[in-house]
Design a protein around this ligand. Structure first.
Ligand SMILES: Nc1ncnc2c1ncn2[C@@H]1O[C@H](COP(=O)(O)OP(=O)(O)OP(=O)(O)O)[C@@H](O)[C@H]1O
Length: 680
């Protein structure tokens, strides 16, 4: 079904779910979920457990302050109703005095005093609640951040990857605003009920009271029903107009320095300008403004007029009753009703707006609570590795292991039917072409993932039976993806052995072995330098980074980020591993291409220093430049396309032939050897 260019809604042609509607709005093709009647209320019902959970959590954080604050907010929201009621009373007393020619001064004085007292009280409560809000909000935000932080810290790699790829980080302030909006909606509802109740006490019959409720709620209610809005719907949009898309592409070409250089030096600028003008001409009046704004503009005039007419009914009613029954007519009543009508309409609109916000934010908060309770994919075992560990190092076995990464859509496994055994204390080198599964093998041996088929044994027991934390205490892993954390350089190294993280002598020794000492000594703050400090800088709307003012000079001083080379990063990471090796619990050392950015001398020295730490540890090296490593190896595992195709020592694999042909290891070794020996 083609989309309707006039903006009429159609059911999606390619979606099996008929609740998805498609709409063309200017340059946008918009897809949205059309909610069935009462769906919003149903959604509200589903988030009620979240409201309960939030209330319990927040009450525990501030048992006295939180309920007081909540009451204060509701109290402040009914202030309009109370002040209006008190003002109406003064008006009524004055009018009676005027009609009867005699004022009840005491009653008027009490009414005035009550209004003044409430006005002062509201001001005081408002000032107090703003101060209390700072404390309550701060506690809630940090509490939520803490929940998510602990969950993220303890999540295993599969869960972390899934979270990272599929979820937007929910700002903890959302949780606070969800509750704040909920209180506001509640306060507004109470305010409306209060006003309607007061109106009902002013009229004589129940029927008349109901008529007033109809008059007052008719306009806001119908406006809400007929509202044409995408704001509270779930929607997505894509720009389908080829001219608009072309204008965007051309704009990108002239905006980005990397494109611009090429275009300018190849004489393409005039062509780009002409093409932009052409696309703009062809685009015509197709509107590119925000889809939700365009959608709101399509509201039907007759429905809007109808709800406005409903809003005028009360005035007509007052006029009719004044003419038909003049004895009952008073100006104070007209003023009261008029004010009430205005207030109820405004409050009702605002309340529905709040309910929308609450519904949306509570749905996000529900997701956050669900997320924080997501269980790890890897089940934890019960064995503590250090109790079974051998003094020689870790023994590792893979039995017919196959593995495919979670979410992998291809038929290819990352590992296929891999079997081998590593004895305690052996030095193992894993070789093979890019993508053949070397790093994956290491990830299974250190239980970052569980295999899909087969078994991994550590010191004779299934890897799944160990407590994961105790297993990770027994391993030191240095990978190609090295990071410097947003901590001091001393902490970056010290974190390798948390028990000795404050031992500066040990840290400096580790830095020496990792060859990071030279570069650290050159940093201004040496070991206390933070390479990428996580400082949040905020700039007021009147400031700009490009201004040349005293403030911008101070701002430039905020940006303390220092740059380090890839090799220096690897040296810090290597130092962290040497620090890790100061711990006796480490029985397995894995170095997965840790030297890709190091110069040849640095690489040679790193491998030598690592080998010097071999006593009592099994060592696994993954490297493409393996010539100088394999001659020390007790075992070489040669991988190809996720399979282990050869295993043995260097001499065994170099001498291995099949049908007169050398094997894969021989081939890889010869390619490296030729690179150094061939005369060009
Ligand atoms: N996190 C991941 N999710 C999905 N697929 C992955 C992931 N990591 C690796 N792979 C895929 O698994 C296969 C094996 O990758 P692996 O990183 O183990 O190869 P490798 O031999 O270490 O490669 P290299 O020498 O380039 O580092 C590759 O096809 C790769 O694309």
């Amino acid at each position: 079904m083609a989309s309707d260019s006039k903006g009429h809604e159609k059911t999606s042609e390619h979606d099996s779910d008929s609740s998805i509607h498609v709409l063309q709005l200017g340059v946008w093709r918009v897809f949205f979920v059309k909610e069935v009647a009462l769906a919003r209320w149903h959604r509200f019902k589903t988030v009620l457990p979240t409201v309960k959970q939030l209330t319990i959590d927040f009450s525990e954080l501030a048992p006295v302050l939180f309920p007081l604050y909540s009451l204060a907010i509701i109290f402040l929201l009914v202030d309009g109703t109370i002040l209006w009621h008190l003002f109406s009373r003064i008006l009524l007393l004055v009018e009676i005095g005027l009609v009867e020619g005699r004022f009840d001064y005491v009653a008027i004085a009490f009414a005035v005093a009550a209004r003044v007292a409430f006005a002062v009280l509201f001001t005081a409560v408002s000032c107090w609640s703003r101060k209390a809000e700072c404390i309550v909000q701060n506690r809630i935000v940090h509490h939520v951040d803490g929940i998510m932080f602990e969950w993220k810290s303890n999540a295993d790699l599969s869960v972390t990857e899934d979270y990272h790829n599929n979820h937007e980080e929910l700002p903890s302030t959302h949780v606070w605003y969800a509750y704040r909006d909920l209180l506001t909606a509640l306060g507004r509802a109470l305010s409306i009920v209060g006003q309607l109740y007061y109106i009902a006490t002013l009229v004589q019959t129940k029927k008349e009271a109901l008529l007033h409720v109809f008059f007052f709620l008719g306009k806001p209610f119908t406006r809400h029903i007929f509202r044409h809005s995408l704001w509270e719907k779930s929607w997505i949009a894509t720009s389908t107009d080829p001219n608009y898309n072309r204008m965007q592409s051309l704009n990108t070409i002239v905006s980005k320095p990397e494109y611009k250089q090429e275009i300018m030096t190849n004489g393409g600028t005039q062509y780009i300008i002409q093409e932009y003008r052409k696309a703009r001409r062809l685009l015509g009046d197709a509107c590119a403004s925000y889809p939700a704004a365009q959608y709101s503009n399509q509201e039907r005039i007759e429905l809007r007029v109808l709800s406005e007419l409903l809003g005028q009914l009360h005035m007509l009613y007052c006029l009719a009753t004044a003419i038909l029954s003049p004895s009952n007519f008073t100006f104070s009543r007209v003023v009261m009703f008029h004010n009430a009508g205005q207030m109820i309409t405004a409050e009702f609109d605002a309340m529905l707006e709040d309910m929308n916000l609450v519904g949306n934010s509570l749905t996000s908060v529900t997701r956050m609570y669900d997320l924080a309770h997501t269980k790890n994919v890897l089940k934890d075992g019960h064995l503590v590795h250090s109790k079974l560990a051998s003094n020689l190092g870790m023994a590792l076995t893979m039995e017919n292991v196959s593995f495919s990464y979670p979410g992998n859509k291809s038929d290819e496994n990352a590992l296929h039917d891999v079997s081998f055994s590593i004895r305690p204390g052996q030095l193992v080198v894993i070789v093979g072409a890019n993508g053949c599964g070397k790093s994956t093998l290491v990830k299974l041996l250190t239980r970052l993932y569980d295999c899909d088929a087969g078994r991994v044994l550590v010191d004779g027991a299934d890897i799944k039976t160990y407590k994961r934390e105790s297993l990770h205490d027994a391993t030191a892993v240095l990978t190609q993806d090295t990071h410097i954390y947003q901590l001091s350089l001393a902490e970056n190294i010290g974190i390798g052995n948390p028990c000795a993280a404050d031992d500066r002598m040990l840290i400096m020794e580790a830095a020496r072995k990792g060859r990071a000492d030279g570069f650290i000594e050159k940093c201004v703050e040496k070991y206390d330098t933070v390479i990428e400090p996580m400082v949040t800088n905020v700039m007021g709307a009147q400031c700009s980074e490009t201004d040349d003012t005293p403030l911008t000079k101070i701002h430039q001083g905020f940006q303390k980020k220092s740059d380090v080379s890839g090799g220096e990063r690897q040296r810090v990471a290597a130092s962290r591993t040497f620090m890790r090796l100061t711990s006796d619990t480490v029985k397995l050392v894995v170095a997965d291409e840790p030297s890709s950015n190091l110069d040849p001398e640095g690489e040679w020295e790193l491998f030598k220093n690592l080998r010097d730490e071999r006593q009592g540890r099994t060592m696994i090296f993954v490297s493409h430049r393996f010539g100088h490593l394999t001659k020390h190896a007790d075992l070489i595992l040669c991988m190809k396309n996720g399979r282990l195709i050869e295993k043995g020592t260097h001499d065994e694999l170099m001498g291995k032939t099949e049908n007169g042909e050398h094997g894969e290891y021989h081939k890889l070794y010869q390619i490296q050897a030729r690179a150094f020996t061939e005369v060009l």
